[in-house]
Write a protein that binds this ligand. Sequence first.
Ligand SMILES: [Zn+2]
Length: 484
Amino acid sequence: MIRRVLHGVSLASAIRRCPRSVLLGTRLLKNDKSELFDPWAGQERRYSLSFSRAASAAAALNDGQPRPTSADVPKPPVPQPLESPPASQLDDRKVSVGWDSSTWSRFHHIWLRDHCRCPQCFHQVTMQRLVNTFEIPSDIKPSHVESTPDGLKVVWPSSPPHVSVYPWHWLRRNSYEPVIPMDGPKHEKVLWGSKIAQDPPTVAYEYVMSDERGLLKWLQKIDTFGFCFVSDVPPNSEATEELSRKIGRIRETQYGSFWDFTSDLAKGDTAYTTMALAAHTDTTYFTDPCGLQIFHLQSHTDGTGGASLLVDGFYVASILKELHPEVYELLSTTRVPTHAAGEPASLYRPTPLAGYPILNLDPVTAELLLVRYNNDDRSVLNSMVAGDMEKWYDALRVWNKFLTSPDSEYWVQLTPGTVVAIDNHRVLHGRSAFDGKRRMCGAYIDFDEYRSKLAVLTEKFRTDSVSNAAAQLVNGRSGWSTDF
Ligand SMILES: [Zn+2]
């Protein structure tokens, strides 16, 4: 095992202290989360299946062959109405639901009335609210509540009385007082370092193109690892574009829609040269940076070099958070201005002009959401708190040190026939210098497009699960879905 000592703390011991993440750096996959690819992950315990697969997650998840078949995928049980439904109680402002003797959820009357999803209150095709929130009396109170096998029945004192039935799984999933953590397996990202090279996530082109489960598998692996290869792709731009469009609409930028280029400086960007490129994310100068990028090296003639570099920004950030929390704090709070000014016809800068931090955290959970980093695209630092300037440069130096550490860098020589899709909000990419002539093609896909396709396919392959069981489906979707 490689042990590297960093600032007096071994990386291995630092990683052991990262309890929430699965790390593929110095220690390969210490935590097997085979349920990552359970399409029914996140269901409540009473409906969930517990099954596990041994072996390393990467190996278990690797997909040279089309799979799984319906025969080897456990089906979730079709939920049955509860034999003894949770208890319910009514008071002046709230309805209480007792899941067990010690866990009660409380729902405000106004919230319950506003969230009725019966066909009168919620359009069963458009999935939009019909109930007029502003006609609900602010002091509304049910005339009656009752626990039924199908859900919490609430009778409202209108004329005629309105009856709402809230499915139990929906209430539990949406409980806000208290928030009830979802039982069962949770999706976790696998953070990785250089050793991902031993078993990088891959799916087969035929599987993606011929079966939506294959497409789902590709997207799940991108979600888990931040990138995923597709093998045995015909080495031409038509097949690559068709593959890209399986995920969603291609984002048109100053580089075009689906792009196909050689190293001829056709665009005013270093990507169009033969120079080495340090690890970076793309389009840091957009308010909404591109979500996925898809690359395919179609040919490389009369030269060598041009190895591709991938670095898991979330992995590097997790190490910083452990070893240098003050650096993590500074990089996640200091805004960095950026620009793209290499093309006379465009001048891109994000809104706000002060830019965004390198590490962008979820404002609710403080989890890392997005890495935005291209040191070459950084503008003039002129809005930073003066006292932070030297500290910020020191922090940037630490970030760069871990980013460029051999432990973090995954180098791979792409060859025609292998496409890579990269989550540009998480994984940084770069390349070594090269000579000769390279022809690349690829595309950007918006993050929302990619997440939408992932959500749709996840929903589709759990249609017999609890989320959709309590109500009739319209277009394969229920108004009582817990997804929205
Ligand atoms: Zn209603």
